[in-house]
Design a protein around this ligand. Structure first.
Ligand code: GLN
Length: 226
């Protein structure tokens, strides 16, 4: 691994933080855990792991991360959300809970626990737009699906139309809107690094001004105050 180049933050409030860091390392990029605004200010990209999205949204507020994260996403920082991370970044969640706070950077309406509460997990092989080399094994754990995707949202994968998929057949489970990628499933659990490779490629090609360049161009107030 190089000692230079972009640093991918992994939001460390809940979920598979280590597994995502391992996947990023396998793709040749550095990573660090983000729990504080000062840590967010030092990363070039962010992965939002799975967990419980209502709790995560409360923790984002409690850790003073909600507004700085919104600002970084608005400035084009590449982000990848898996499962609860996908829910957090979508503009609307179909569960009627008033206590959620959304990052709302994806023009998508998601249904949490869409695969049914009983069927806590489900696996399927998905064709994934832009990822060569055959289907991706997708592990869904109390996963959402995307009920509606706006016109600016690219649909990258759907649940295959196989009998075992039941009412999930054809549902959208991976999307991208500009610098934001989201999957309803957990690629960090399978050892297949192709989804993380896609994200790391987005990070390498990002137009956001790299954090190192930003610090170099400033008096240092941001570094102290972040
Ligand atoms: N069902 C969870 C939620 O609503 C997400 C589950 C997951 O991230 N594995 O937030």
């Amino acid at each position: 691994m190089t000692e230079t180049g972009p640093i991918v933050g992994v939001l460390g409030l809940q979920g598979d933080v280590l597994e995502h860091r391992r996947a990023v390392a396998d793709c040749g990029l550095r990573s660090t855990v983000v729990r504080r605004p000062a840590e967010l200010a030092r990363v070039d990209a962010l992965i939002l792991p799975g967990g419980e999205s209502t709790t995560m949204s409360r923790l984002l507020v409690a850790f003073d991360l909600m507004e700085p994260l919104r600002a970084r996403l608005a400035s084009g920082m590449p982000a990848y959300g898996s499962c609860a991370g996908m829910i957090l970044m979508s503009r609307e969640v179909l569960d009627g809970r008033p206590d959620r706070r959304q990052l709302a950077v994806l023009d998508a309406v998601v249904r949490p626990n869409a695969f049914g509460r009983q069927a806590a997990s489900f696996e399927a092989d998905l064709d994934f737009v832009g990822i060569p080399g055959g289907p991706i094994r997708a592990v869904f754990i109390r996963a959402p699906w995307v009920e509606q995707a706006g016109s600016g949202v690219e649909v990258l994968a759907r649940v295959p139309e196989v009998p075992v998929a039941g009412s999930a057949a054809g549902r959208i489970v991976a999307i991208r809107q500009g610098s934001v990628l989201a999957t309803a499933f957990h690629p960090e659990l399978t050892g297949d690094r192709r989804v993380h490779q896609l994200f790391c490629e987005m990070v390498r090609l990002s137009n956001e001004v790299p954090v190192s360049a930003r610090y170099a161009g400033e008096s240092g107030t941001r570094a102290r105050g972040a």
